[in-house]
Design a binder for this molecule. Structure first.
Ligand code: HEC
Ligand code: HEC
Length: 402
């Protein structure tokens, strides 16, 4: 009965919100519908007391340093999520670079060796099992961790909004294509559009967090129940891993698993706050549009319905399209439908705290990152290069205010 009542309230809310959109038009939103950030690392504004408690519990688990008794390893890259997600605050990025490898072939083909392209830096006990890059690998790539600020808003972007931006065949002839990553979401079993990770390889925070828990920390869980076996040798792993799978257990006090805690923390984490805006920055944003950066770094989105009111039907400003593009920086790795030449456009909010730049940290400055844009971003980069020094400075001032 109560459940039915809740569902009718939900539909009523969606209906009323829908009416408001029709009346006000898709882009004319009231100030209370725009989400901006507090301080880096703080939760979304306007969440309920219950949601705040979930955020706090989630942050505890996200920062908790795990041990072998709790399932850490045998192969791992970090002992806590926060180890690679902490700059400039918990939930941020880091300078840690992970290693992926495999066999690249002609015509964009790529083969993972033994079912996973990720190679681990550490193991427990040290030196007993090692994830060696096999001799047949001819592609080795590095990947930087990403900021998670505002991740709940990104998750709440409706699939249709991403599909509407897609132009895989470049039908409009502007040289910019962009492909949505279609995948089956591990969390819901549904066909969804990916948006998280450098290959847009996951659609939901539950699925990404669960995969990270297994792949980065070696903690098996309900969504990823099996350990990664180096060289396909699962016996070697069983010999050194005494903890029964899945290692992520329900906490009887809270009724939540580790993967639920990560999901709650990331979903409720607020977006990056803008720096103070002046006339030069306003001009910088006009130039950003003028040279065509916004065709991939799409300024604003509107979320769909969400059980979290602070995330439901909100407008926000990530400056990314979450689609796969070839801008000449591809890492040679295929991941799901994400091809070797393709990288997801990263949202530029929070970019001022992200050095070094690009997926592999190969650009020490924002200026260098722009100069490395080729292929689909060729014409946009050329227009950027023709700007006067004063205009370039305004563009950098804008980027450094995001
Ligand atoms: C050893 C470093 C490391 C650890 C530990 C780590 N991550 Fe990450 N994280 C990364 C890297 C690198 C990426 C980019 C991965 C990619 O796209 O292949 C990433 C990306 C992500 C993303 C995608 C965000 C986006 O907007 O694209 C999420 C979500 C995430 N991590 C959550 C977690 C959670 C939850 C944990 C703990 C269970 C965790 N990470 C532990 C390095 C790490
Ligand atoms: C065709 C799509 C496209 C266009 C146009 C484009 N970008 Fe990008 N941008 C990307 C992609 C994809 C990446 C990620 C590349 C990588 O990491 O290898 C990126 C990365 C960046 C980064 C680094 C972000 C980070 O997290 O390290 C900056 C800064 C940036 N772009 C700024 C710009 C500016 C300024 C312009 C206009 C001059 C522009 N971009 C035009 C797609 C585009």
């Amino acid at each position: 009965m109560l459940e039915k009542f809740r569902i009718s309230i939900l539909f009523l809310t969606i209906f009323v919100a829908g009416l408001q959109i029709t009346r006000s038009g898709a882009f004319a939103v009231g100030p209370d519908e725009i989400v901006t950030g507090n301080e880096f690392g703080e939760p979304l504004k306007d969440i309920t007391a219950t949601e705040f408690e979930l955020f706090r519990l989630g942050m505890d688990d996200f920062t908790e340093v795990e041990t072998a008794d709790e399932g850490l390893g045998p192969l791992f890259n970090g002992r806590s999520c926060a180890q690679c997600h902490s700059i400039p605050a918990v939930g941020g990025s880091s300078t840690v670079m992970e290693v992926r490898a495999g066999v690249g072939q002609e015509y964009g083909a790529f083969e993972e060796l033994f079912g996973n392209s990720l190679y681990h830096m550490f193991s427990i006990p040290p030196h007993r099992v090692q994830n060696l890059i096999p001799q047949q690998a001819n592609v080795v790539a590095h990947r930087k961790s990403v900021q998670l600020f505002g991740a709940g808003l990104i998750e709440a972007i409706p699939d249709e909004a991403l599909l509407a931006l897609e132009d895989a065949q470049d039908r409009d002839g502007d040289g910019v294509s962009g492909r949505a990553h279609r995948l089956v979401d591990k969390a819901s079993g549904q066909l969804r559009i990916g948006r998280f990770g450098w290959k847009a390889q996951q659609a939901t925070l539950l699925a990404f967090g669960a995969e990270a828990y297994r792949d980065e920390m070696g903690i098996t869980n309900a969504l990823f129940p099996d350990e990664v076996c180096p060289g396909g040798d699962c016996d070697a792993i069983r010999l050194v891993d005494a903890v029964r799978d899945p290692e992520d257990r329900l906490d009887r006090n809270t009724g939540l698993r580790g993967i639920d805690n990560f999901e709650n923390f990331m979903r409720l984490l607020g977006p990056p706050p803008r720096a103070a805006i002046n006339a030069e920055i306003v001009r910088g944003e006009q130039l950003f549009q003028y040279v065509g950066c916004h065709s991939c770094h799409v300024p604003s989105f509107k979320s769909g319905p969400s059980p979290v009111k602070a995330l439901s039907f909100k407008q926000f400003f990530p400056y990314g399209d979450f689609l796969l593009h070839d801008i000449g920086t591809g890492d040679g790795i295929r991941q799901g439908e994400g091809g070797p030449e393709e990288i997801r456009t990263p949202p530029l909010w929070g970019v001022r705290f992200r050095a070094p730049f690009l997926h592999n940290g190969s650009a020490p400055t924002i200026k260098r990152a722009i100069e490395m844009h080729r292929a689909e971003a060729e014409s946009s980069r050329e227009r950027y290069e023709r700007l006067s020094q004063m205009d370039k400075d305004a563009l950098f001032a804008f980027l450094n205010s995001l």
